[in-house]
Design a protein around this ligand. Sequence first.
Ligand code: AMP
Ligand code: ZN
Length: 108
Amino acid sequence: METKCVFCQIASGEIKTELVASSEHCIAFNDIQPRQPVHILVVPREHFVDVSELALKSPEVMADLMALGAKVAAQQTHGSHRFTFNTGIEAGQSVFHAHGHITSVRAK
Ligand code: AMP
Ligand code: ZN
């Protein structure tokens, strides 16, 4: 039997994860291996393999993800932050369920 991807399991509650924030279509939670003082993942509840598939197939969910990222960045950082999407294995993508990284050198 095929196992579901880790972010689908987090979105469904199968893997218990404390959420930082959530919206109609997306959830946000701390990265398990933070590489900056703030490192939060913003993830659509529905499975898309990467951000390109998400943007092309579901602009409404993409817009919701960008808005949740902006909200999380405003709540958790002093303003300066990065919102990044690794797309494809050679770009460093390791989880093949679309997600954005909010990273910042300074937490609020
Ligand atoms: P990427 O390398 O862009 O695909 O990002 C995947 C991110 O997911 C990495 O930064 C991992 O540390 C993070 N990650 C993997 N599994 C989990 C998990 N169960 N909970 C939180 N973050 C995770
Ligand atoms: Zn998934």
